[in-house]
Ligand binder design. Structure first.
Ligand SMILES: [Zn+2]
Length: 252
C-alpha cells in the first residue's frame, strides 16, 4: 500500500456502492480514479483473492499506467481487469474525467438488447436520471469485451464528451470529475432504465412535454467544477453521503 490510500478507499467505496445498488453482481464491474497530477489510475483489481465488487477493499485497488499495466507487481497476485482499457482510453481522451465506472446493470442492458431508447417519462421524480433521457446517452454497439487498447479507444470515441454510454448487450460506462459522480450517474442511469421498464410493463408510457423537459434540463445539478478529482461538493456530496451511510449500515 502506498500513499494514495485515501483515493483507494474512495474507489473501493464506489465499488461497494455499485454492488449494493445492484449495478454489479459477483466479480464483474469496476470503478477507477485518476490520480490527480499524474498519468496513473487506481482501479478495482481481479485476482485469486478478490472478494467481488460488493466487498471491495482498498487492498483490492491497484495502480496502473495509462497503458493498462500494473505500475508495480502485486504480491497478492492481483491484476488489472481485462476491460481496463475502458478506463485508460477514457482517461486518455478526456482530461476532464477523474472517475470512471463500468458495470453490467440488468435494466439498462435490457434496453440495449431490445434496441429501445430510454425515454424521458418523468421529471422531478429524479431530475438527474431524467436528464440522461432528455439528452440521450450515446451507444457503443458491441457486446464483446473491451479487452484491447483499440476497443477501449472505440468506446471512448462512442462516449465522446458525454457523461456515460450504453454498451449493447453488455453494460454501461459512466464518467465524471470524480469517482463518486461517475458512480451516481451509473445509479441514475439504472433508475431511469428501471422506471422505463416498469412503465412499459404497466401500460403505455407517455414522455413528459418538451417544455417540462427543458425545465428539468435547466435545473442546476450543483456539481463541482470538472477536472480536479476532488470529492463532490454541494448537493452531490449530500447524495453521496446517503449512499455511503446506506452501504455502511448494510455492511454492519
Ligand atoms: Zn464489461
Amino acid at each position: 500500500m502506498d500513499d494514495h490510500l485515501q483515493l483507494r478507499e474512495r474507489v473501493a467505496k464506489a465499488c461497494r456502492i455499485m454492488g449494493l445498488m445492484g449495478l454489479a453482481k459477483g466479480v464483474t464491474g469496476h470503478a477507477s480514479a485518476r490520480i490527480p497530477g499524474t498519468d496513473r489510475v487506481l482501479v478495482r483489481a481481479r485476482g485469486p483473492n478478490e472478494l467481488g465488487v460488493r466487498f471491495t477493499t482498498a487492498e483490492q485497488i491497484v495502480e496502473i499506467t495509462l497503458d493498462g499495466k500494473l505500475a508495480s507487481p502485486n504480491d497478492q497476485g492481483l491484476k488489472a481487469p481485462k476491460e481496463v482499457y475502458i478506463h485508460t482510453s477514457v482517461y486518455k481522451a478526456r482530461p476532464d474525467v477523474y472517475g470512471v465506472v463500468h458495470a453490467h446493470p440488468m435494466n439498462a442492458v435490457l434496453f440495449t438488447i431490445c434496441r429501445k431508447p430510454l425515454r424521458p417519462l418523468f421529471g422531478a421524480y429524479d431530475p438527474d436520471a431524467a436528464k440522461l433521457a432528455i439528452s440521450p446517452l450515446p451507444i457503443y454497439p458491441y457486446s464483446i469485451l473491451c479487452d484491447t487498447p483499440e476497443r477501449g479507444d472505440e468506446l471512448a470515441v462512442a462516449l465522446g464528451t458525454d457523461k456515460g454510454c450504453l454498451m449493447t448487450g453488455h453494460g454501461i460506462t459512466t464518467c465524471g470529475p470524480n469517482v463518486e459522480e461517475a458512480t451516481m450517474t451509473a445509479i441514475a442511469l439504472e433508475e431511469l432504465a428501471l422506471v422505463n421498464f416498469r412503465a412499459a410493463s404497466l401500460g403505455e408510457p407517455v414522455d413528459i412535454p418538451i417544455d417540462e423537459q427543458d425545465f428539468i434540463k435547466a435545473i442546476d445539478s450543483d456539481l463541482q467544477q470538472a477536472g480536479s478529482g476532488e470529492p463532490p461538493a454541494g448537493r452531490a456530496i449530500s447524495q453521496w453521503r446517503y449512499y455511503c451511510m446506506l452501504e455502511e449500515s448494510a455492511s454492519g
